[in-house]
Design a protein around this ligand. Sequence first.
Ligand SMILES: Nc1ncnc2c1ncn2[C@@H]1O[C@H](COP(=O)(O)OP(=O)(O)O)[C@@H](O)[C@H]1O
Ligand SMILES: O=P(O)(O)O[C@H]1O[C@H](CO)[C@@H](O[C@H]2O[C@H](CO)[C@@H](O)[C@H](O)[C@H]2O)[C@H](O)[C@H]1O
Length: 463
Amino acid sequence: MTKTAYLRPSGSGRAGLTRPMASLDGLLRAWLPGQRWFAGKDRPVTDLRLLSLTELFPGCLHLLVHAGHAGGHSGHAGVPAPGGTPPPGDIYQLLLGIQEHPSPRLGRALIGRAQDGPLAGLTVYDALLDPRSAQLFLERLRQPGSAGPLRFETDRAQPVPAGLVPRVLDAEQSNSSLVYGDEFILKVFRRIQPGVNPDLEVPVALAGQGCARVPAPVAWFRTTQPQPATLGVLQPFLRDASDGWTLALHALATGTDFTTHARELGRATADVHLALAAAFPTGAPGENGRTAAAMAERLDAAAHSVPALRPFVPGLRGAFSALTTCDPGPPAQRIHGDLHLGQVLRAGREWFVIDFEGEPSRPLAERRSAQSPVRDIAGMLRSFDYAARQRRPWRPEWARRCREAFCAGYAARAGWDPRKKHGLLRAYETDRAVYEVIYEARHRPDWLPVPMAAIERLAVRGD
Ligand SMILES: Nc1ncnc2c1ncn2[C@@H]1O[C@H](COP(=O)(O)OP(=O)(O)O)[C@@H](O)[C@H]1O
Ligand SMILES: O=P(O)(O)O[C@H]1O[C@H](CO)[C@@H](O[C@H]2O[C@H](CO)[C@@H](O)[C@H](O)[C@H]2O)[C@H](O)[C@H]1O
């Protein structure tokens, strides 16, 4: 029997689960905070619990762990962990390679060598960063079936060929993505919330509507334990694509026109909104009173954790309260939820939209609810402002021209013009800027001045 065979969960479940943690606990506590996708960087991991463990193939384990932060705030609603109520925290998906004689070229995949417990002496690494493991994982994904609580499903109409060579996508991200043979991209969700992930649900529904703006999933996997949750999605890879952020920065640097792209982006956004409205139930035109109250609540929470926001709170509240008296706007519907220039890809002569997870810090139920499409429009308009502020001197007229073009393109397709909904747009842009302040404070403090400049403008001038 190999040493890793000790890891196979025993029939009794819980005892089989706790034993490997004796080996992994210290290694994972040290490694997790260094990962971009780990949300609790500002708080020590005080409690690490194994929720499920499955051997995917020899030497590769699939784990769901709950990382708790005693005394800290919860990132998400957690799943009850075995062994009593866990402190607030999040659930993470890990694929671990465990070898006695690992490749000497593990590089940044290396997590460490287990010192204690049943794995003492074995090397532990991130299997997604190891080409051999990543290749074997694709073999597992290609075939529908199950392994312990894991379920692997495919779209039989889009078979995935064997033997595609993997490479890790280097972009700093909220999840981990692998590209296989420039044909497919696999996104492995890292922070797991119970329920269907919109990044699977939405592209599948849009494919059903014949919407070609979103790559259609070809395979996916999910867990049934400790609660059903989506774990990863394989989609066609758009070769030679450039994301909107890169294209915008290039246009700013070279002085080339971006308004044509912005106009087409407006049209593409409207196409996706129309397909979403056809695929999912729609609501009544926005209940602006409730929306204003929710925005004000988010502002208060943000000002509590980022003191720089506090002087602007009264002015920003004005943007929200104006919602109660303005035109209710278009009906609520499913939206993208985190639309910005990094979420749109230009391939050939078309724009494609990716990453339907929504704002990662919002609860899943909220991200899957019908909301005003103005939220997405505001997200993209904020993104033009972000891009314009990447260069000195700041180019406000560049952002303004992109806004105009984007809204004109949107109006031409959707049949209503976002520029005529000034009050709504201001409220949603303010809400988005508040979200960005929190995001930057947590993830990229150097970028905080970008949304703060917008906060100042929206609070004082309101344009
Ligand atoms: N279908 C695709 N074709 C080509 N590149 C893609 C595709 N999907 C994602 N990407 C690339 O992967 C990056 C990360 O994808 P994304 O879904 O935004 O992950 P995350 O949620 O981790 O940020 C994108 O910025 C894009 O460059
Ligand atoms: O990781 P995701 O792409 O899902 O989104 C998160 O990270 C984004 C940054 O990578 C962040 O976007 C903000 O910065 C962008 C430039 O890097 C800018 O284009 C966006 O307009 C701005 O919101 C996004 O908010 C966050 O959810």
